[in-house]
Unconditional design. Structure first.
Lengths: 238, 413
Protein backbone atom coordinates (compact mmCIF):
# COMPACT_ATOMS: atom_id res chain seq x y z
CA UNK A 1 0.00 0.00 0.00
CA UNK A 2 1.46 3.32 -1.05
CA UNK A 3 2.20 5.68 1.79
CA UNK A 4 4.16 8.33 -0.06
CA UNK A 5 4.44 8.88 -3.74
CA UNK A 6 6.36 11.54 -5.66
CA UNK A 7 5.92 12.23 -9.36
CA UNK A 8 8.44 14.38 -11.24
CA UNK A 9 9.27 16.08 -7.96
CA UNK A 10 11.26 19.29 -8.42
CA UNK A 11 12.80 21.72 -6.02
CA UNK A 12 14.52 24.90 -7.12
CA UNK A 13 15.86 27.48 -4.69
CA UNK A 14 15.79 31.05 -5.86
CA UNK A 15 18.14 33.54 -4.37
CA UNK A 16 18.32 37.02 -5.89
CA UNK A 17 17.20 35.81 -9.31
CA UNK A 18 19.73 32.98 -9.31
CA UNK A 19 17.88 29.68 -9.60
CA UNK A 20 19.54 26.65 -8.09
CA UNK A 21 17.80 23.40 -9.01
CA UNK A 22 18.28 20.84 -6.26
CA UNK A 23 15.76 18.15 -7.19
CA UNK A 24 15.13 17.61 -10.88
CA UNK A 25 12.21 15.31 -11.38
CA UNK A 26 12.10 12.44 -8.89
CA UNK A 27 9.53 9.71 -9.23
CA UNK A 28 9.16 6.85 -6.77
CA UNK A 29 6.79 5.37 -4.27
CA UNK A 30 7.31 4.29 -0.69
CA UNK A 31 5.02 1.72 0.85
CA UNK A 32 3.80 1.42 4.38
CA UNK A 33 6.28 -0.50 6.57
CA UNK A 34 9.28 -0.06 4.32
CA UNK A 35 12.78 0.75 5.54
CA UNK A 36 14.31 2.97 2.89
CA UNK A 37 17.76 4.50 2.92
CA UNK A 38 18.33 7.55 0.76
CA UNK A 39 21.99 7.85 -0.17
CA UNK A 40 24.07 10.16 -2.21
CA UNK A 41 27.02 12.54 -2.02
CA UNK A 42 26.55 15.92 -0.38
CA UNK A 43 24.69 18.26 -2.67
CA UNK A 44 22.76 15.43 -4.26
CA UNK A 45 19.51 16.70 -2.73
CA UNK A 46 18.86 13.99 -0.17
CA UNK A 47 18.21 16.36 2.73
CA UNK A 48 15.92 18.47 0.58
CA UNK A 49 14.00 15.35 -0.37
CA UNK A 50 13.57 14.47 3.31
CA UNK A 51 12.34 18.00 4.06
CA UNK A 52 9.71 17.77 1.36
CA UNK A 53 8.61 14.25 2.33
CA UNK A 54 8.53 15.42 5.96
CA UNK A 55 6.37 18.48 5.19
CA UNK A 56 9.07 20.86 6.36
CA UNK A 57 9.26 22.43 2.90
CA UNK A 58 7.06 22.48 -0.17
CA UNK A 59 8.26 21.37 -3.57
CA UNK A 60 8.39 23.89 -6.39
CA UNK A 61 7.28 21.40 -9.03
CA UNK A 62 5.79 17.95 -9.49
CA UNK A 63 3.46 16.10 -7.16
CA UNK A 64 3.71 14.66 -3.69
CA UNK A 65 0.95 12.32 -2.57
CA UNK A 66 0.76 11.36 1.10
CA UNK A 67 -1.64 8.50 1.86
CA UNK A 68 -2.81 8.87 -1.74
CA UNK A 69 -3.79 12.50 -1.25
CA UNK A 70 -2.31 15.48 -3.04
CA UNK A 71 -0.45 17.61 -0.53
CA UNK A 72 -0.45 20.84 -2.52
CA UNK A 73 -3.65 22.13 -1.04
CA UNK A 74 -2.85 21.35 2.58
CA UNK A 75 -3.06 24.37 4.82
CA UNK A 76 -0.39 25.28 7.34
CA UNK A 77 -2.65 23.83 10.07
CA UNK A 78 -3.11 20.52 8.17
CA UNK A 79 0.63 20.24 7.71
CA UNK A 80 1.32 20.91 11.38
CA UNK A 81 -1.16 18.18 12.28
CA UNK A 82 0.45 15.68 9.89
CA UNK A 83 3.90 16.49 11.26
CA UNK A 84 2.55 15.94 14.75
CA UNK A 85 0.48 12.76 14.24
CA UNK A 86 2.03 10.92 11.31
CA UNK A 87 5.71 11.85 11.27
CA UNK A 88 8.62 11.53 13.63
CA UNK A 89 11.98 13.22 13.08
CA UNK A 90 15.45 12.25 14.21
CA UNK A 91 18.09 14.84 13.38
CA UNK A 92 21.84 14.58 13.09
CA UNK A 93 22.32 17.19 15.81
CA UNK A 94 19.71 15.69 18.19
CA UNK A 95 17.90 19.02 18.74
CA UNK A 96 16.94 18.38 22.35
CA UNK A 97 15.77 21.30 24.46
CA UNK A 98 18.66 22.22 26.78
CA UNK A 99 18.13 22.39 30.55
CA UNK A 100 14.98 20.32 30.10
CA UNK A 101 14.85 16.79 31.42
CA UNK A 102 14.54 13.75 29.17
CA UNK A 103 10.90 13.12 30.11
CA UNK A 104 9.89 16.67 29.17
CA UNK A 105 11.86 16.51 25.93
CA UNK A 106 10.08 13.33 24.91
CA UNK A 107 6.71 14.84 25.82
CA UNK A 108 7.25 17.77 23.46
CA UNK A 109 5.21 16.44 20.49
CA UNK A 110 2.34 15.55 22.87
CA UNK A 111 1.97 19.23 23.80
CA UNK A 112 0.71 19.89 20.31
CA UNK A 113 -1.25 16.63 19.94
CA UNK A 114 -4.56 17.62 21.50
CA UNK A 115 -4.33 14.47 23.67
CA UNK A 116 -5.35 14.70 27.31
CA UNK A 117 -2.49 15.61 29.61
CA UNK A 118 -3.16 12.56 31.83
CA UNK A 119 -1.86 10.20 29.14
CA UNK A 120 1.32 12.16 28.32
CA UNK A 121 3.42 10.79 31.10
CA UNK A 122 2.64 7.16 30.33
CA UNK A 123 3.25 7.58 26.61
CA UNK A 124 6.55 9.40 27.16
CA UNK A 125 7.78 6.78 29.64
CA UNK A 126 6.84 4.00 27.23
CA UNK A 127 8.82 5.64 24.43
CA UNK A 128 11.82 6.14 26.74
CA UNK A 129 11.55 2.46 27.73
CA UNK A 130 11.54 1.47 24.05
CA UNK A 131 14.96 3.09 23.54
CA UNK A 132 16.27 1.60 26.79
CA UNK A 133 16.75 4.88 28.68
CA UNK A 134 14.34 4.46 31.60
CA UNK A 135 17.25 5.01 33.99
CA UNK A 136 17.85 8.46 32.43
CA UNK A 137 14.25 9.74 32.58
CA UNK A 138 15.04 12.71 34.80
CA UNK A 139 18.44 13.58 33.36
CA UNK A 140 19.07 16.72 31.39
CA UNK A 141 20.65 16.49 27.90
CA UNK A 142 23.96 17.88 29.17
CA UNK A 143 24.28 14.82 31.44
CA UNK A 144 23.90 12.34 28.56
CA UNK A 145 26.37 10.87 26.07
CA UNK A 146 25.89 11.52 22.35
CA UNK A 147 24.39 8.10 21.77
CA UNK A 148 21.97 8.57 24.66
CA UNK A 149 20.94 11.98 23.34
CA UNK A 150 20.10 10.45 19.98
CA UNK A 151 18.11 7.70 21.69
CA UNK A 152 16.12 10.42 23.51
CA UNK A 153 15.49 12.03 20.12
CA UNK A 154 14.25 8.67 18.81
CA UNK A 155 11.95 8.31 21.81
CA UNK A 156 10.60 11.77 21.04
CA UNK A 157 10.02 10.79 17.41
CA UNK A 158 8.19 7.65 18.60
CA UNK A 159 6.01 9.09 21.28
CA UNK A 160 3.05 9.97 19.06
CA UNK A 161 3.23 6.53 17.42
CA UNK A 162 3.75 8.04 13.97
CA UNK A 163 3.35 6.42 10.56
CA UNK A 164 6.83 7.36 9.32
CA UNK A 165 10.10 8.06 11.08
CA UNK A 166 12.54 10.28 9.23
CA UNK A 167 16.15 9.98 10.31
CA UNK A 168 18.54 12.56 8.84
CA UNK A 169 22.12 11.29 9.30
CA UNK A 170 21.24 10.01 12.79
CA UNK A 171 24.74 8.60 13.35
CA UNK A 172 26.62 11.55 11.84
CA UNK A 173 27.63 12.99 15.21
CA UNK A 174 28.27 9.66 16.95
CA UNK A 175 31.21 7.30 17.36
CA UNK A 176 30.79 3.99 15.55
CA UNK A 177 29.79 2.05 18.68
CA UNK A 178 27.05 4.49 19.71
CA UNK A 179 26.02 4.74 16.07
CA UNK A 180 25.55 1.01 15.96
CA UNK A 181 23.32 1.07 19.06
CA UNK A 182 21.23 3.86 17.54
CA UNK A 183 20.90 2.00 14.23
CA UNK A 184 19.88 -1.19 16.06
CA UNK A 185 17.08 0.75 17.70
CA UNK A 186 15.96 2.34 14.45
CA UNK A 187 15.98 -1.07 12.82
CA UNK A 188 13.79 -2.42 15.64
CA UNK A 189 11.28 0.38 15.10
CA UNK A 190 10.88 -1.02 11.63
CA UNK A 191 11.07 -4.73 12.20
CA UNK A 192 9.32 -5.04 15.57
CA UNK A 193 7.05 -2.01 15.73
CA UNK A 194 6.20 -1.82 12.05
CA UNK A 195 7.10 1.82 11.48
CA UNK A 196 8.01 3.06 8.04
CA UNK A 197 11.57 4.39 8.27
CA UNK A 198 13.23 6.77 5.86
CA UNK A 199 16.93 7.11 6.57
CA UNK A 200 19.19 9.70 5.02
CA UNK A 201 22.82 8.69 5.13
CA UNK A 202 26.04 8.75 3.21
CA UNK A 203 27.57 5.85 5.10
CA UNK A 204 27.18 2.49 3.45
CA UNK A 205 27.34 0.57 6.70
CA UNK A 206 24.39 2.55 8.08
CA UNK A 207 22.42 2.08 4.88
CA UNK A 208 22.88 -1.66 5.21
CA UNK A 209 20.17 -1.73 7.87
CA UNK A 210 17.62 -0.78 5.22
CA UNK A 211 15.76 -3.01 2.80
CA UNK A 212 15.84 -0.59 -0.04
CA UNK A 213 18.36 2.02 -1.09
CA UNK A 214 17.51 5.02 -3.24
CA UNK A 215 20.68 6.66 -4.55
CA UNK A 216 20.51 10.28 -5.62
CA UNK A 217 22.96 12.14 -7.81
CA UNK A 218 22.59 15.75 -8.90
CA UNK A 219 18.95 15.83 -7.90
CA UNK A 220 17.95 12.73 -9.79
CA UNK A 221 17.42 9.08 -8.84
CA UNK A 222 20.57 7.23 -9.81
CA UNK A 223 19.40 3.85 -8.61
CA UNK A 224 16.56 2.31 -6.58
CA UNK A 225 17.45 -1.17 -5.37
CA UNK A 226 16.06 -3.68 -2.94
CA UNK A 227 18.80 -5.09 -0.70
CA UNK A 228 19.20 -7.74 1.92
CA UNK A 229 18.61 -6.44 5.41
CA UNK A 230 21.86 -6.94 7.24
CA UNK A 231 20.22 -8.05 10.51
CA UNK A 232 17.36 -10.25 9.33
CA UNK A 233 18.52 -11.16 5.88
CA UNK A 234 14.93 -10.60 4.83
CA UNK A 235 14.51 -9.42 1.30
CA UNK A 236 12.23 -6.53 0.49
CA UNK A 237 9.12 -7.63 -1.36
CA UNK A 238 6.51 -5.47 -2.94
CA UNK B 1 -6.39 24.89 19.47
CA UNK B 2 -4.18 24.08 22.41
CA UNK B 3 -5.70 24.68 25.84
CA UNK B 4 -4.54 27.95 27.34
CA UNK B 5 -2.85 26.38 30.33
CA UNK B 6 -0.69 24.20 28.08
CA UNK B 7 0.45 27.30 26.25
CA UNK B 8 1.09 29.00 29.58
CA UNK B 9 3.06 25.96 30.74
CA UNK B 10 5.27 26.02 27.66
CA UNK B 11 5.86 29.74 28.10
CA UNK B 12 6.72 29.26 31.78
CA UNK B 13 9.13 26.45 30.95
CA UNK B 14 10.79 28.72 28.38
CA UNK B 15 11.22 31.46 30.96
CA UNK B 16 12.48 29.07 33.62
CA UNK B 17 15.31 27.81 31.42
CA UNK B 18 16.52 31.41 31.04
CA UNK B 19 16.11 32.67 34.59
CA UNK B 20 18.77 35.39 34.55
CA UNK B 21 17.66 36.80 31.24
CA UNK B 22 14.03 36.71 32.35
CA UNK B 23 14.88 38.57 35.55
CA UNK B 24 16.87 41.23 33.72
CA UNK B 25 14.13 41.63 31.16
CA UNK B 26 11.49 42.51 33.72
CA UNK B 27 13.71 45.00 35.52
CA UNK B 28 12.42 47.92 33.46
CA UNK B 29 8.81 47.01 34.20
CA UNK B 30 9.58 46.47 37.89
CA UNK B 31 11.17 49.92 38.18
CA UNK B 32 8.34 51.58 36.27
CA UNK B 33 5.56 50.04 38.35
CA UNK B 34 7.52 50.66 41.57
CA UNK B 35 7.81 54.33 40.63
CA UNK B 36 4.08 54.61 39.89
CA UNK B 37 3.08 52.96 43.16
CA UNK B 38 5.48 55.13 45.16
CA UNK B 39 4.39 58.38 43.52
CA UNK B 40 0.71 57.63 44.01
CA UNK B 41 1.12 56.28 47.55
CA UNK B 42 3.32 59.15 48.75
CA UNK B 43 1.13 61.69 46.92
CA UNK B 44 -1.88 60.30 48.74
CA UNK B 45 0.03 60.46 52.04
CA UNK B 46 0.97 64.12 51.46
CA UNK B 47 -2.61 64.94 50.53
CA UNK B 48 -3.99 63.26 53.65
CA UNK B 49 -1.48 65.10 55.81
CA UNK B 50 -2.19 68.56 54.40
CA UNK B 51 -5.94 68.07 54.28
CA UNK B 52 -5.84 66.83 57.85
CA UNK B 53 -4.08 69.98 58.94
CA UNK B 54 -6.46 72.26 57.08
CA UNK B 55 -9.38 70.42 58.61
CA UNK B 56 -7.78 71.04 62.00
CA UNK B 57 -8.49 74.74 61.53
CA UNK B 58 -12.13 73.92 61.40
CA UNK B 59 -14.50 73.03 58.62
CA UNK B 60 -17.03 75.50 60.07
CA UNK B 61 -14.79 78.52 59.49
CA UNK B 62 -15.58 80.90 56.63
CA UNK B 63 -13.15 83.60 55.55
CA UNK B 64 -14.21 86.97 54.15
CA UNK B 65 -11.52 88.78 52.16
CA UNK B 66 -11.75 92.42 51.15
CA UNK B 67 -11.46 93.56 47.54
CA UNK B 68 -12.71 92.23 44.23
CA UNK B 69 -11.64 88.64 43.87
CA UNK B 70 -9.75 87.50 40.76
CA UNK B 71 -11.98 85.43 38.49
CA UNK B 72 -9.11 83.53 36.94
CA UNK B 73 -5.36 83.49 36.49
CA UNK B 74 -5.51 86.28 33.86
CA UNK B 75 -7.67 88.60 35.94
CA UNK B 76 -5.13 91.12 37.13
CA UNK B 77 -7.64 93.82 38.04
CA UNK B 78 -8.34 92.31 41.43
CA UNK B 79 -7.23 94.78 44.06
CA UNK B 80 -6.99 94.75 47.78
CA UNK B 81 -9.23 97.42 49.20
CA UNK B 82 -10.37 98.63 52.53
CA UNK B 83 -13.88 97.37 51.93
CA UNK B 84 -14.34 95.50 55.22
CA UNK B 85 -14.97 97.78 58.17
CA UNK B 86 -16.65 97.82 61.54
CA UNK B 87 -20.12 98.44 60.07
CA UNK B 88 -19.79 95.16 58.14
CA UNK B 89 -18.94 93.44 61.38
CA UNK B 90 -22.02 94.85 63.02
CA UNK B 91 -24.24 93.83 60.08
CA UNK B 92 -22.84 90.32 60.02
CA UNK B 93 -23.36 90.04 63.74
CA UNK B 94 -27.11 90.58 63.44
CA UNK B 95 -29.01 87.28 63.71
CA UNK B 96 -31.63 88.40 61.17
CA UNK B 97 -28.87 88.84 58.57
CA UNK B 98 -26.71 85.79 59.18
CA UNK B 99 -28.67 83.48 61.48
CA UNK B 100 -26.10 80.67 61.66
CA UNK B 101 -23.02 82.82 62.33
CA UNK B 102 -21.90 81.74 65.78
CA UNK B 103 -18.59 83.58 66.05
CA UNK B 104 -17.18 86.51 64.14
CA UNK B 105 -13.58 87.60 64.34
CA UNK B 106 -12.02 90.49 62.42
CA UNK B 107 -8.35 90.01 61.54
CA UNK B 108 -5.60 92.48 60.69
CA UNK B 109 -2.09 91.43 59.96
CA UNK B 110 1.24 92.70 58.73
CA UNK B 111 4.91 92.84 59.72
CA UNK B 112 6.38 95.17 62.28
CA UNK B 113 9.65 95.35 64.16
CA UNK B 114 9.67 94.21 67.77
CA UNK B 115 12.54 94.77 70.21
CA UNK B 116 13.61 93.78 73.70
CA UNK B 117 16.74 95.10 75.35
CA UNK B 118 18.44 95.88 72.07
CA UNK B 119 17.49 92.63 70.27
CA UNK B 120 15.11 93.13 67.35
CA UNK B 121 12.97 90.79 65.27
CA UNK B 122 10.25 91.35 62.69
CA UNK B 123 7.37 89.04 63.52
CA UNK B 124 4.02 88.81 61.78
CA UNK B 125 1.56 90.89 63.77
CA UNK B 126 -1.75 89.08 63.91
CA UNK B 127 -4.64 91.04 65.35
CA UNK B 128 -7.78 89.21 66.32
CA UNK B 129 -10.22 88.92 69.19
CA UNK B 130 -10.83 86.57 72.09
CA UNK B 131 -11.93 83.79 69.70
CA UNK B 132 -8.54 83.56 68.05
CA UNK B 133 -7.21 80.76 70.24
CA UNK B 134 -10.30 78.66 69.68
CA UNK B 135 -10.64 79.18 65.93
CA UNK B 136 -6.98 78.52 65.11
CA UNK B 137 -6.18 76.16 67.95
CA UNK B 138 -3.58 78.69 69.15
CA UNK B 139 -3.88 78.41 72.92
CA UNK B 140 -0.95 79.79 74.91
CA UNK B 141 1.28 77.20 76.54
CA UNK B 142 1.81 79.55 79.44
CA UNK B 143 0.07 82.74 80.41
CA UNK B 144 -3.33 83.70 79.09
CA UNK B 145 -5.16 84.31 75.89
CA UNK B 146 -6.33 87.71 74.60
CA UNK B 147 -9.64 88.60 76.28
CA UNK B 148 -12.72 90.50 75.18
CA UNK B 149 -11.73 93.26 77.61
CA UNK B 150 -8.32 93.59 75.93
CA UNK B 151 -10.11 94.05 72.61
CA UNK B 152 -12.53 96.66 73.99
CA UNK B 153 -9.71 98.60 75.62
CA UNK B 154 -7.24 98.31 72.74
CA UNK B 155 -4.92 96.96 75.42
CA UNK B 156 -1.18 96.85 74.78
CA UNK B 157 -0.89 93.12 75.31
CA UNK B 158 0.72 90.48 73.13
CA UNK B 159 0.93 86.67 72.90
CA UNK B 160 4.22 85.57 71.34
CA UNK B 161 5.18 82.58 69.28
CA UNK B 162 8.28 80.59 70.39
CA UNK B 163 10.46 81.81 67.50
CA UNK B 164 9.80 85.42 68.44
CA UNK B 165 10.84 84.68 72.02
CA UNK B 166 14.01 82.92 70.89
CA UNK B 167 15.04 85.86 68.72
CA UNK B 168 14.27 88.58 71.20
CA UNK B 169 15.46 86.96 74.38
CA UNK B 170 16.80 83.44 74.19
CA UNK B 171 17.89 83.40 77.84
CA UNK B 172 15.12 85.21 79.67
CA UNK B 173 11.51 84.32 80.25
CA UNK B 174 9.56 87.11 78.59
CA UNK B 175 6.22 86.25 80.17
CA UNK B 176 5.11 89.29 82.16
CA UNK B 177 7.87 91.45 80.62
CA UNK B 178 7.36 94.38 78.29
CA UNK B 179 8.63 94.42 74.73
CA UNK B 180 8.56 97.28 72.23
CA UNK B 181 6.61 97.07 68.98
CA UNK B 182 6.72 100.13 66.73
CA UNK B 183 8.03 102.11 69.68
CA UNK B 184 5.16 101.14 71.98
CA UNK B 185 5.39 98.99 75.09
CA UNK B 186 3.46 95.73 75.05
CA UNK B 187 2.96 93.39 77.97
CA UNK B 188 3.69 89.76 77.10
CA UNK B 189 0.65 87.91 78.48
CA UNK B 190 1.07 84.52 76.86
CA UNK B 191 3.51 82.25 75.06
CA UNK B 192 2.44 79.81 72.33
CA UNK B 193 3.67 76.21 72.19
CA UNK B 194 6.13 75.27 69.44
CA UNK B 195 4.32 73.68 66.50
CA UNK B 196 6.95 73.75 63.81
CA UNK B 197 6.73 74.69 60.16
CA UNK B 198 4.52 71.76 59.33
CA UNK B 199 1.36 73.56 60.49
CA UNK B 200 -0.81 75.20 57.87
CA UNK B 201 -0.50 78.59 59.56
CA UNK B 202 2.84 79.06 61.31
CA UNK B 203 2.09 80.71 64.64
CA UNK B 204 5.68 80.22 65.83
CA UNK B 205 6.75 83.48 64.20
CA UNK B 206 3.72 85.52 65.21
CA UNK B 207 2.84 88.15 67.73
CA UNK B 208 -0.88 87.98 68.53
CA UNK B 209 -2.70 91.03 69.85
CA UNK B 210 -6.21 92.54 69.97
CA UNK B 211 -7.23 93.67 66.48
CA UNK B 212 -8.19 97.05 67.90
CA UNK B 213 -4.66 97.57 69.19
CA UNK B 214 -3.16 96.50 65.86
CA UNK B 215 -5.50 98.80 63.92
CA UNK B 216 -5.01 101.85 66.11
CA UNK B 217 -1.38 101.71 67.18
CA UNK B 218 0.47 99.48 64.74
CA UNK B 219 -1.01 99.80 61.26
CA UNK B 220 -3.13 102.95 61.63
CA UNK B 221 -6.03 101.55 59.60
CA UNK B 222 -9.80 101.40 60.01
CA UNK B 223 -10.45 98.28 57.90
CA UNK B 224 -9.78 94.57 58.33
CA UNK B 225 -7.58 92.32 56.24
CA UNK B 226 -9.92 89.44 56.78
CA UNK B 227 -12.98 88.45 58.75
CA UNK B 228 -13.41 84.93 60.04
CA UNK B 229 -16.97 83.74 60.58
CA UNK B 230 -17.76 80.42 62.20
CA UNK B 231 -21.07 78.75 61.40
CA UNK B 232 -22.90 76.97 64.22
CA UNK B 233 -22.44 73.64 62.42
CA UNK B 234 -20.97 72.24 59.22
CA UNK B 235 -24.34 71.70 57.55
CA UNK B 236 -25.02 75.43 57.69
CA UNK B 237 -21.75 76.56 56.10
CA UNK B 238 -23.21 76.88 52.59
CA UNK B 239 -26.28 78.87 53.68
CA UNK B 240 -24.11 81.05 55.91
CA UNK B 241 -21.87 81.86 52.91
CA UNK B 242 -24.97 82.98 50.98
CA UNK B 243 -26.24 85.02 53.93
CA UNK B 244 -22.85 86.74 54.27
CA UNK B 245 -22.78 87.59 50.57
CA UNK B 246 -26.34 88.94 50.61
CA UNK B 247 -25.70 91.04 53.71
CA UNK B 248 -22.48 92.58 52.39
CA UNK B 249 -23.93 93.22 48.93
CA UNK B 250 -26.88 95.03 50.41
CA UNK B 251 -24.64 97.03 52.71
CA UNK B 252 -22.25 97.94 49.88
CA UNK B 253 -25.01 98.63 47.37
CA UNK B 254 -23.88 95.86 44.95
CA UNK B 255 -26.42 94.32 42.56
CA UNK B 256 -24.10 92.52 40.13
CA UNK B 257 -22.29 89.65 41.90
CA UNK B 258 -19.40 90.11 39.43
CA UNK B 259 -18.72 93.46 41.03
CA UNK B 260 -18.42 92.16 44.59
CA UNK B 261 -15.81 94.12 46.53
CA UNK B 262 -15.20 91.15 48.82
CA UNK B 263 -14.65 87.44 48.56
CA UNK B 264 -15.85 84.53 50.67
CA UNK B 265 -13.92 81.30 51.02
CA UNK B 266 -14.68 78.23 53.02
CA UNK B 267 -12.55 75.46 54.36
CA UNK B 268 -14.26 73.20 51.82
CA UNK B 269 -12.95 75.47 49.02
CA UNK B 270 -9.47 75.34 50.47
CA UNK B 271 -9.71 71.57 50.81
CA UNK B 272 -10.89 71.29 47.25
CA UNK B 273 -8.14 73.53 45.92
CA UNK B 274 -5.36 71.77 47.78
CA UNK B 275 -6.86 68.41 46.92
CA UNK B 276 -7.03 69.30 43.23
CA UNK B 277 -3.47 70.61 43.15
CA UNK B 278 -2.11 67.50 44.85
CA UNK B 279 -4.16 65.11 42.72
CA UNK B 280 -3.03 66.85 39.54
CA UNK B 281 0.56 66.70 40.70
CA UNK B 282 0.24 63.02 41.59
CA UNK B 283 -1.36 62.14 38.26
CA UNK B 284 1.32 64.09 36.42
CA UNK B 285 4.14 62.35 38.29
CA UNK B 286 2.48 58.96 37.83
CA UNK B 287 2.29 59.64 34.10
CA UNK B 288 5.99 60.46 34.02
CA UNK B 289 6.57 57.17 35.82
CA UNK B 290 4.29 55.42 33.32
CA UNK B 291 6.60 56.55 30.52
CA UNK B 292 9.28 54.40 32.11
CA UNK B 293 6.90 51.45 31.56
CA UNK B 294 7.01 52.13 27.84
CA UNK B 295 10.80 52.22 28.05
CA UNK B 296 10.57 48.91 29.94
CA UNK B 297 8.38 47.60 27.13
CA UNK B 298 11.01 48.52 24.54
CA UNK B 299 13.52 46.61 26.67
CA UNK B 300 11.23 43.59 26.66
CA UNK B 301 10.87 43.76 22.89
CA UNK B 302 14.62 44.02 22.49
CA UNK B 303 15.31 40.98 24.66
CA UNK B 304 12.45 39.01 23.12
CA UNK B 305 13.89 39.64 19.66
CA UNK B 306 17.28 38.40 20.83
CA UNK B 307 15.53 35.45 22.43
CA UNK B 308 13.71 34.60 19.18
CA UNK B 309 16.99 34.58 17.26
CA UNK B 310 18.67 32.64 20.05
CA UNK B 311 15.96 30.03 20.06
CA UNK B 312 15.60 29.65 16.30
CA UNK B 313 16.47 25.95 16.59
CA UNK B 314 13.90 25.46 19.31
CA UNK B 315 11.24 27.13 17.18
CA UNK B 316 12.14 24.97 14.18
CA UNK B 317 12.11 21.85 16.31
CA UNK B 318 8.70 22.67 17.78
CA UNK B 319 7.33 23.24 14.29
CA UNK B 320 8.81 19.96 13.06
CA UNK B 321 7.13 18.23 15.99
CA UNK B 322 3.73 19.67 15.11
CA UNK B 323 3.50 23.18 16.52
CA UNK B 324 1.41 25.51 14.38
CA UNK B 325 2.34 29.14 13.73
CA UNK B 326 -0.40 30.00 16.21
CA UNK B 327 1.21 27.80 18.89
CA UNK B 328 4.57 29.54 18.45
CA UNK B 329 2.96 33.00 18.42
CA UNK B 330 1.03 32.17 21.59
CA UNK B 331 4.16 30.85 23.29
CA UNK B 332 6.27 33.95 22.71
CA UNK B 333 3.42 36.37 23.32
CA UNK B 334 2.61 34.61 26.58
CA UNK B 335 6.25 34.69 27.59
CA UNK B 336 6.24 38.47 27.13
CA UNK B 337 2.95 38.92 28.98
CA UNK B 338 3.99 36.63 31.84
CA UNK B 339 7.27 38.55 32.12
CA UNK B 340 5.57 41.94 32.27
CA UNK B 341 2.85 40.59 34.54
CA UNK B 342 5.43 39.28 37.01
CA UNK B 343 7.29 42.57 36.65
CA UNK B 344 4.08 44.38 37.52
CA UNK B 345 3.44 42.27 40.62
CA UNK B 346 7.04 42.61 41.82
CA UNK B 347 6.84 46.35 41.17
CA UNK B 348 3.67 46.66 43.21
CA UNK B 349 5.16 44.77 46.15
CA UNK B 350 8.41 46.72 45.95
CA UNK B 351 6.62 50.05 45.53
CA UNK B 352 4.26 49.36 48.44
CA UNK B 353 7.15 48.20 50.63
CA UNK B 354 9.28 51.25 49.87
CA UNK B 355 6.33 53.63 50.32
CA UNK B 356 5.57 52.00 53.66
CA UNK B 357 9.19 52.40 54.75
CA UNK B 358 9.30 56.03 53.65
CA UNK B 359 5.99 56.78 55.38
CA UNK B 360 7.33 55.25 58.55
CA UNK B 361 10.54 57.27 58.25
CA UNK B 362 8.68 60.55 57.63
CA UNK B 363 6.32 60.10 60.55
CA UNK B 364 9.17 59.12 62.88
CA UNK B 365 11.83 61.60 61.76
CA UNK B 366 9.60 64.65 61.35
CA UNK B 367 6.92 63.76 63.85
CA UNK B 368 4.18 64.22 61.26
CA UNK B 369 0.85 62.44 61.17
CA UNK B 370 1.86 60.83 57.87
CA UNK B 371 -0.07 57.70 57.03
CA UNK B 372 0.76 54.94 54.55
CA UNK B 373 -1.88 54.34 51.90
CA UNK B 374 -1.83 51.35 49.55
CA UNK B 375 -2.99 52.71 46.19
CA UNK B 376 -5.20 49.83 45.07
CA UNK B 377 -6.31 51.69 41.95
CA UNK B 378 -2.75 52.41 40.87
CA UNK B 379 -1.77 48.80 41.62
CA UNK B 380 -4.58 47.50 39.44
CA UNK B 381 -3.66 49.97 36.72
CA UNK B 382 0.00 48.99 37.04
CA UNK B 383 -0.84 45.32 36.39
CA UNK B 384 -3.15 46.16 33.49
CA UNK B 385 -0.67 48.56 31.87
CA UNK B 386 2.28 46.20 32.23
CA UNK B 387 0.24 43.35 30.75
CA UNK B 388 -0.74 45.57 27.83
CA UNK B 389 2.89 46.62 27.42
CA UNK B 390 3.79 42.90 27.26
CA UNK B 391 1.12 42.28 24.62
CA UNK B 392 2.14 45.25 22.47
CA UNK B 393 5.88 44.84 22.68
CA UNK B 394 5.75 41.03 22.65
CA UNK B 395 3.67 40.88 19.48
CA UNK B 396 6.37 41.79 16.98
CA UNK B 397 8.97 39.30 18.28
CA UNK B 398 6.26 36.63 18.56
CA UNK B 399 5.21 37.22 14.96
CA UNK B 400 8.82 36.97 13.89
CA UNK B 401 9.13 33.67 15.73
CA UNK B 402 5.91 32.28 14.23
CA UNK B 403 6.98 33.23 10.71
CA UNK B 404 10.21 31.21 10.87
CA UNK B 405 10.33 28.29 8.47
CA UNK B 406 11.16 25.03 10.25
CA UNK B 407 13.97 24.31 7.82
CA UNK B 408 15.66 27.67 8.20
CA UNK B 409 15.23 27.28 11.93
CA UNK B 410 16.73 23.78 12.08
CA UNK B 411 19.66 24.70 9.86
CA UNK B 412 20.50 27.71 12.00
CA UNK B 413 23.71 27.12 13.90
Amino acid sequence: MSLMEVKSLEMTYRDEEVATPVLRGLTFQINKGEFVAVMGPSGSGKSTLLHILGFLERQTGGEYLFENKQTNEYSEEDIARIRNKKLGFVFQSFNLLPRTEVLENVKLPLLYSGLKEEVWDGMAREAIEAVGLSHRTNFEPSQLSGGEKQRVAIARALVNNPEVIFADEPTGNLDSKSGEVVMEIIEKLHSEMGHTVILITHETYTAEYAERIIRLRDGMVESDTKVLNRRTGKKFTK
Amino acid sequence: MMPFYHAAKIAFAGLKTNKTRSALTILGIVIGVTAIIMVVSLGQGAKNLILGQIEGIGARTIGIIPGRQPKGPTDILATLTASLKTRDLVALGRKENVPHAEDIMPIVFGSETASYEGETYRPTIFGGNELMADIYDAYPERGRNISADDVRASADVVVLGPTVIERLSPDHDLLGKRIKIKGRNFLVIGILPKKGGASFINFDEMALMPYTTAQNYIFGIKHFNRVAVRADNEANVASTVEDIKATLRELHGITDPDKDDFGVETQADALKTVGTILSTLTVFLAMVAAISLVVGGVGIMNIMLVSVTDRTREIGLRKALGATNGNILAQFLLEAVILTGIGGIVGILLGAGLSFGISLAISNLFGLAWTFTFPAGAAFLGIVISTIVGLIFGLYPAQKAAAKSPIEALRYE
